[in-house]
Design a protein around this ligand. Structure first.
Ligand code: NAP
Ligand code: ZN
Length: 352
């Protein structure tokens, strides 16, 4: 084992603070990575504050972070995909059983024995896994992604969660030319959703509660922008949208969006607020609408997404912060005051 620097939360109401943690020594299949940037996902905040206690209670201390980009510093003897000096990324998954039907279908995110990057039982060290708010991490090479070298690394880090979480459902539901697509919530996930839907050739409508984000939405690739609190603007799109991706992190009315779906339209949730939704059955019956959810993506599809970003020059729009600003960043994220993802410059961790 070796020691790594990290930021962790000691409890649901504690701020994140400096802490030394243990990482395992590289086994034969492991890759050791010096973390250069880590994106700040709203799931980090939900977990740190134990907002998902009924599904995945948080074990403290909690070191969040699953949007990791860095450089390989060491590899185990059996590693074939990476060598020291390579750029590398890690997302939300660090292990799975490789034998279940989901793993066999390249859908490791649904493996019943999967290990998340943080707050999952750690098979090697006991306790729970510690994530990317740290200067290093050791991960099985099967869960390490190749990062395109032509992209800005601070903006690449968020692709490992916000990127794949929006890319995967769009591919699954056939977003492309001739489709009208809605993206609800212009935050970390939402702004990536706009970029992907636009790159895939769809007609993109952004639904935002923040009138001040209108210009940005158009710059990011939206064809139209609707301020969702304006009932008249919402009405214009009634019964017309093929696919809606809902990224909102808080409780809200789903029926208003189901109402915008065209025949056989689909509303997919990726946002994960803690409270359950109230959904009217008739909104689904008329128009044969469906309501679905999607969870990150498998490893092969995550690599496909990163390669797609490399060839289309897509990264997240980031505000780079030192780790010392992380608690302030959480408060700003809650106020939808981030354009559009915080990316932690891990060099700042040298100063604690
Ligand atoms: P984020 O950056 O905070 O963005 C969420 C956006 O939702 C905000 O920017 C805001 O957009 C909108 N919003 C926030 N509060 C709202 C409210 N009360 N009513 C209406 N709109 C509101 O968060 P994120 O990192 O993109 O994550 C979004 C959600 O997805 C979180 O719940 C997160 O845990 C979840 N998530 C799920 C997966 C998955 O695999 N399914 C993966 C990652 C994250 P506007 O200002 O444009 O209104
Ligand atoms: Zn995330």
């Amino acid at each position: 084992m070796f020691k790594a620097k990290a930021y962790s939360a000691a409890g649901a109401t504690s701020p994140l603070a400096f802490k030394m943690i243990q990482r395992r020594d590289t086994t034969e299949h492991d890759v050791q990575i010096e973390i250069l940037f880590c994106g700040v996902c709203h799931s980090d905040l939900h977990t740190v504050r134990n907002e998902w206690s009924s599904i995945m209670p948080t074990v403290y201390p909690c070191v969040p972070g699953h949007e990791i980009a860095g450089r390989v510093t060491k590899v185990g003897s059996a590693v074939t995909k990476f060598k020291p000096g390579d750029l590398a990324g890690v997302g939300c998954l660090v292990d799975s059983d490789h034998t279940c039907p989901s793993c066999k279908a390249d859908l490791e995110q649904f493996c019943p024995n999967g290990t998340f990057t943080y707050n999952s039982p750690d098979k090697h060290l006991g306790g729970v896994t510690y994530g990317g708010y740290s200067d290093s991490i050791v991960v099985d090479e099967r869960f390490v992604l190749r990062v395109p070298s032509n992209l800005n690394l601070a903006g690449v880090a968020p692709l490992h969660c916000a990127g794949i979480t929006t890319y995967s459902p769009m591919r699954h539901w056939g977003v492309g030319k001739g489709k009208k697509v809605g993206v609800v919530g212009l935050g970390g996930l939402g702004h990536m959703g706009v970029k992907f839907a636009h790159a895939l050739g769809a007609h993109v409508v952004v639904f935002t509660t923040s009138a001040g984000k209108k210009e940005d939405a158009l710059r990011l690739g939206a064809d139209e922008v609707v301020v969702s609190r304006n009932a008249d603007e919402m009405k214009k799109h009634a019964g017309s949208i093929d696919f809606i991706l809902d990224t909102i992190a808080a409780d809200h009315d789903l029926n208003a969006y189901i109402h915008l779906l065209g025949r056989d339209g689909n509303l997919t949730l990726v946002g994960a607020p803690e409270t359950p939704f109230a959904v009217g059955g008739f909104g689904l019956l008329f128009g044969r609408h469906s309501l679905s959810g999607s969870l990150i993506g498998g490893l092969a599809e995550t690599q496909e997404m990163l390669d797609f970003c490399g060839s289309h020059n897509i990264t997240a729009d980031v505000e780079i912060i030192p780790i010392q600003k992380i608690n302030e960043a959480y408060e700003r994220m809650l106020k939808s005051d981030v354009k559009y993802r915080f990316s932690i410059d891990m060099a700042s961790l040298k100063d604690k």
